[in-house]
Each structure stands twice: as C-alpha cells, then as structure tokens.
Write a protein that binds this ligand. Structure first.
Ligand code: SF4
Length: 328
C-alpha cells in the first residue's frame, strides 16, 4: 500500500475518524536503555570498532544505528580479534563466553540486563542446594541459552508449554526448582507453573517473579485496552520475545486482529480497513521513533484521536558497569 491508497483519497478530503489507544508503558525498558548506553560509552571510551556478540537488543533499527557509530555485530566470540573490546548482549550469555574472553585476555563488558542476571544467580543458588532446575522458556532464544549455560549440561531442563511438563524425567522429583525467561506471557507461564506444581508438589519457585516488570507492565496495558480496540499493532521485531508475547496477549484478551509491525511500512492497511479503534504498543526493544512513525502514518489516513491507556508508571534505571562510568 502507498499513501495514495489511504481511505481519505477515495474522492474526498475527509478522513474517516479513528481512535488510537496508546499503551503506556510501551517500548524501551531499563535493561535495553542500559545495553544501548553500554555500546555507546564503549565506542566513546575505546573508539571504533567495538564488537558486540549477538544483536545488543532485538531491534534492527537500534542495531543499524549502532553499526553506523562503529559497532560490529557478530554471533560468536571466535569472530572477535583478541585486541578489540567486545560487549555481550542484554539477553545474557552462557558462562563459557566470559570465561573464554578472560582466557584470551580480552576487554569485555557484559550488558546482560540485571534482571536476567538475577535469574542466573537464582539458578546457581538452586544448583548449590542440589536442586535440578526446570526452566520455562523458549528453546533457542539467546536468553534461554544464556541462562541454561550458567550450569553444566543436564542441570537445567527446558519446558516451553504445560504439555511439556508430562514428558519431564528429572533426576529426583523431590529436589527441583523452576525459573523462567524474563519475557514470557504472564498468563501462559502461570499455566506451566500450575502443571509443574501439580506433577512435582515439592518444586521450589522464585522468591520474586522472574518475568520482569517491563514485560508484565506492557502486557497489562494491552489487556486493559483490549476491550476497546478493533485491532492491535505491536511495534517490535519478529525475534523479540516480549513483542511476540504482546501480540499473543492481545489475541488472548479478545482482540480480533493483533499484528507485529517492525515499522509503519509493515502496516497492512487493507486488513484494518473499516476499524474504528486501534491499539498501539511497542516491545521493550523498540525505539519510540518507530511508534511515532506509526502514529504519523495513521494521521495521514485518518482523523485521529489519541487516548492514552496508562496502567503503570515506570522509573527503573540501571547503572552501566563501573568500567564505563570511569572515563579513559
Ligand atoms: S525486558 Fe526485562 S529482562 Fe529484558 S532487558 Fe528489559 S527489563 Fe531486562
């Protein structure tokens, strides 16, 4: 679709009315802000190139912006020369990665979100008490790989759904703990936890929820707006777990049309033709500029009224590592 396909272009200057419900909170969380800041400060301190193992956060726009400033994104540490600084992404890394960087005497900075590190520490504490761990997470996601990689292979079993619980064969069903990925759907995870506690009544859970505040808050805002909206657009990347969960939460809350868009260019105008209200939110790794572009694209086609749906106030800030707070 192009601008000329907009509803207002059908022989009249009058644009159809549309209410946009804008989720608050949406977009960047404290862990993403910190990770981006770490790469920027590293570039300032050491100059380009600074290597980043994996996309620092799951967003193409953010990655491209940092690339133009001198960041070089690689998937493995083996691709980084010994004498260049390297940053580990916000999702966390298996223990073997910093160990290898230390062995090679590299300069490295770990941008793992402190809320992911909290889960890593939890896993180690359970293991120290002799418990085998069940991780609720998505297979192949870097956070899951990083968290499972805090312990030797076999110490952490992965389940993705409540149905997976039946197939678990733990070493000792009386000595188990569970942890979760930080960006899961709150409601789906509750189902998996219920299945785990039903099958393993002695299983130990986290003292405080592993799903992070940002994930929870963004999902709550979507649930709050769901009864008002005919369609939901989530600005985010396909490989962003919490963005994908927002789409699922919207659908589960009864929204008839819920779609992920990476930018305004992805909006399927034909699919939402005739709607009177659209909810807009953004995953924790999606910059606000992409939301603004989406709002502008709607304003070009519709007579837009904006309603903010605020369900929480966020004021979380994480400090960057000391090495980057100290100037050269
Ligand atoms: S989504 Fe949550 S865990 Fe992930 S980076 Fe943001 S604050 Fe940290």
């Amino acid at each position: 679709m192009t601008l000329t396909d907009a509803p207002a272009a059908a022989g009249t200057d009058e644009k159809p009315p549309l209410t946009l419900y804008l989720a608050d909170p949406r977009g960047f969380c404290a862990g993403v802000e910190r990770a981006i800041q770490i790469v920027e400060l590293a570039l300032e301190k050491w100059g380009a190139p600074v290597y980043v193992r994996h996309e620092i956060v799951h967003n193409r726009h953010v990655v491209e912006d940092l690339r133009t400033k001198g960041a070089v994104f690689v998937e493995e540490l083996s691709e980084v020369p010994d004498d260049k600084p390297v940053i580990f992404s916000a999702h966390g890394v298996p223990k073997a990665v910093p160990a290898e960087a230390a062995r090679r005497e590299m300069i490295y900075v770990d941008a793992t979100c402190p809320l992911v590190s909290k889960v890593h520490i939890e896993a180690e504490r359970h293991a120290a008490r002799g418990r085998q761990i069940v991780m609720i997470g998505h297979s192949g996601h870097p956070e899951t790989i990083g968290t499972m990689g805090q312990l030797p292979e076999g110490d952490v079993l992965l389940v993705e759904t409540a149905a997976d619980v039946a197939a678990l064969t733990p070493r000792d069903p009386e000595s188990l703990a569970y942890i979760t990925q930080t960006t899961l759907s709150v409601d789906d995870t509750a189902d998996v936890v219920a299945a785990l506690t039903a099958r393993f009544p002695a299983i130990v859970g986290p003292l405080k929820e592993d799903i992070c505040y940002a994930t929870t808050n963004r999902q709550e805002a979507v649930k709050a707006m769901a009864p008002e909206i005919d369609a939901l657009l989530v600005v985010g990347a396909p490989n962003s777990s919490n963005s994908q969960r927002l789409v699922e939460v919207g659908r589960a809350a009864g929204c008839p049309y819920a779609m992920l868009v990476q930018s305004a260019a992805d909006i399927d105008w034909r699919a939402i033709e005739g709607v009177r209200s659209v909810g807009i939110t953004a995953g924790a790794s999606a910059p606000e500029v992409l939301v603004e572009d989406v709002l502008s694209a709607f304003a070009a086609r519709y007579d837009v009224a904006i309603e903010k749906v605020q369900t929480a106030e966020e004021n979380v800030v994480f400090k960057v590592p000391r090495a980057l707070r100290e100037r050269v």
